[in-house]
Each structure stands twice: as structure tokens, then as C-alpha cells.
Design a binder for this molecule. Structure first.
Ligand code: SHN
Ligand code: NAI
Length: 228
């Protein structure tokens, strides 16, 4: 399996099954998609901004729900295997992405059968962890471990992005641009700055560009503006 990133803004995600697992998937997708959860009962947990619809589709009725909401992705999260089977079949017929919550392991998967990874977000950095659908508890454990390692990565991405835009604006040649950006991401001092406070990317950007507009990262090199 190969991980990919999907943008679900302006899309609908349909979750069938309103237990704790349906709720967890609903919360995840509700951060950018319209999420509809269909279930006869709903667990007493947070469903994010999802719309909750009380109904218990029979297997042969699941396709009607796909027709009604035309989702980009369907989650099969009921405790009824036949209903989950029917959701997967309907999604495949319609060419819609489908996540099946009650199956792991070495299944016959279509490329539309997607696995939901454990995710660490340090916006705009996203790290997804999967065990290839074999050991989800390990994905969760590794996610918790990585949260610490990745602290500051979002601020670093913001700083790098701003620095490379500025270097492009100044027509700094690609080789030198690459060196400056690589030095920046490898600098323990900059990581410390980024980890010690919110919005410290601004500080790092100022450190790279000295107040007179020259590049402050490498004192042995002359200002590229002068060399060109
Ligand atoms: C295949 C997959 C399909 C899918 O759902 O996409 C799947 C399937 C199953 N999970 C089961 C159980 C558990 N799942 C978790 C937790 C998570 N499960 C997630 C993903 C996935 N779970 C996909 C594979 C991901 C990969 O590749 O690693 C995470 C990462 C993402 C998310 O769901 O949001 C989220 C952690 C999020 C986080 O915290 O970061 C825990 C831990 C806990 O609850 O503490 C347990 C209990 C421990 C255990 O049983 O292992 C069962 C058995 C059910 C039963 O026996 O009843 C099945 C079905 C089966 O095994 O057949
Ligand atoms: N992927 C994962 O991370 C995990 C998956 N699971 C599996 O996922 C399934 C769901 O887990 P839980 O939420 O804990 O189960 P649960 O039993 O608490 O919830 C199932 C929900 O499905 C609803 N439901 C039943 N028939 C339905 C129908 N015809 N249409 C719509 N909704 C219907 C029920 O009312 C209930 O709200 C379980 O079968 C379990 O094997 C369990 C734990 C973790």
C-alpha cells in the first residue's frame, strides 16, 4: 500500500455506524469535509461537526444512501458485518473511496479500499503512520512517540517556505538556495528557537536575513546580490 494525501474540502464523507469508531472517523473527516453519520443509535461521544441521521439501513438499502449524499468517501463502521459488506460493495460499484473499520490484515483490497492511518499534525506538516492494516495499536503508540519528535516542525515548515520565497525573489541561484534551506533545517539552534514558543518562525526568518538585507547564515559567502 502506498500513502497519499487527499483534500476533502467541499466533499461529503458518509459514515455508516455511530459507535465510538464511527465517531472517531467522523471527527477526523469533519475537520475539512461535510460529514454525515447514519446510525440507529449514537454513542455518547464527540462527533465533531457531523450531521447525525437516525436510521438503520438494511444491506440492500445502503446504495440509496450513497445515491442520496454522493460522498467522496464512505466509512463502514457498523457492528453488522453484512451491512459493512454492502457498504463496501455499493462504494465499489459507484467508484467511491471506502474505509472498512471492522477488517484488518491481508484482505483482497481494491485501490479504493483505504486504510485510515494514525496521524500527527504539526500544520502544515502531516505524518501518517500505518502498519499496513495489521496492528493499529502500534500505529497509535508510534503516533504518541512521534508527537514529541515533531514538535516545532510546523513552524520550521513555515520558516523554510518564507525563506525560499524570499531567496527566489532575490534571484539567489538554486544551488545556494538549496544550501541555505538545508542548513536551516539542519540547525539545532533554529529547532530550539522553534520549539520554545509559538510563531517563532518569524525569529528564524530574521536570523537568516540580517537587518541590512544580506544573508546572515553563511558569513564566509558574500552577499549573492553583489556577486551577480
Ligand atoms: C485496518 C484498520 C482499518 C481502519 O479503520 O482504517 C483498523 C482496523 C481495526 N482496528 C481494530 C482495533 C483497534 N484500533 C485502534 C486504533 C486505531 N485504529 C486505526 C486504524 C485502523 N484500524 C486501520 C489500520 C491502521 C494501520 O495500518 O495501522 C487508527 C490508527 C486510526 C483511526 O481509526 O482513526 C486508530 C489509532 C488512532 C490514534 O490514536 O492515533 C485500537 C487502539 C485503541 O483503541 O486504543 C484498537 C484496539 C487494539 C486492537 O484490537 O488492535 C480492530 C479490531 C476490532 C475488534 O476486534 O473488535 C480492527 C479490525 C480488525 O482487526 O479486523
Ligand atoms: N478500525 C478501528 O479502529 C476499530 C474497529 N473496530 C470495529 O469497528 C466496528 C465498530 O466499532 P464500535 O464503534 O466500537 O462498535 P459499536 O458496536 O459500539 O457501534 C456500532 C454502531 O453501528 C450501528 N449500527 C448497527 N447497525 C447499523 C445499520 N444497519 N446502519 C447504520 N448503523 C448501524 C449501531 O447502532 C452502533 O451505533 C466493530 O465491528 C469493530 O469490530 C473496533 C475498534 C477499533
Amino acid at each position: 500500500m502506498i500513502p497519499l494525501l487527499h483534500d476533502f474540502s467541499n466533499e461529503t464523507v458518509l459514515v455508516v455506524g455511530g459507535g465510538p469508531v464511527g465517531a472517531r472517523k467522523a471527527r477526523r473527516f469533519a475537520r475539512e469535509a461535510r460529514v454525515v453519520v447514519v446510525s440507529p443509535e449514537f454513542a455518547d461521544v464527540d462527533f465533531g461537526d457531523a450531521e447525525l441521521i437516525r436510521a438503520a439501513p438494511e444491506p440492500e438499502e445502503t446504495d440509496d444512501w450513497l445515491e442520496r449524499f454522493t460522498p467522496a468517501l464512505v466509512v463502514a463502521a457498523t457492528d453488522d458485518e453484512e451491512v459493512n459488506d454492502a457498504v463496501v460493495a455499493a462504494a465499489r460499484d459507484r467508484g467511491v473511496l471506502v474505509n472498512r473499520a471492522d477488517r484488518a490484515g491481508d484482505l483482497e483490497r481494491d485501490h479504493r479500499d483505504v486504510v485510515v492511518p494514525a496521524t500527527v499534525r504539526e500544520d502544515p506538516v502531516i505524518v501518517a503512520i500505518s502498519t499496513g492494516a495489521t496492528a493499529p495499536a502500534l500505529s497509535k503508540y508510534l503516533r504518541q512517540e512521534l508527537e514529541e519528535t515533531l514538535a516545532g516542525a510546523g513552524e520550521m515548515a513555515t520558516a523554510v517556505s518564507a525563506v525560499r520565497e524570499e531567496l527566489k525573489d532575490r534571484d539567489v541561484p538554486p544551488d545556494r538556495r538549496r544550501k541555505i534551506v538545508t542548513d536551516l533545517v539542519n540547525s539545532p539552534a533554529h529547532w530550539t528557537t522553534l520549539r520554545t514558543g509559538p510563531s517563532n518562525s518569524r525569529q528564524v526568518i530574521e536570523d537568516v536575513f540580517a537587518p541590512d538585507g544580506s544573508l546572515a547564515t553563511d558569513p564566509n559567502e558574500s552577499n549573492p546580490g553583489e556577486t551577480e
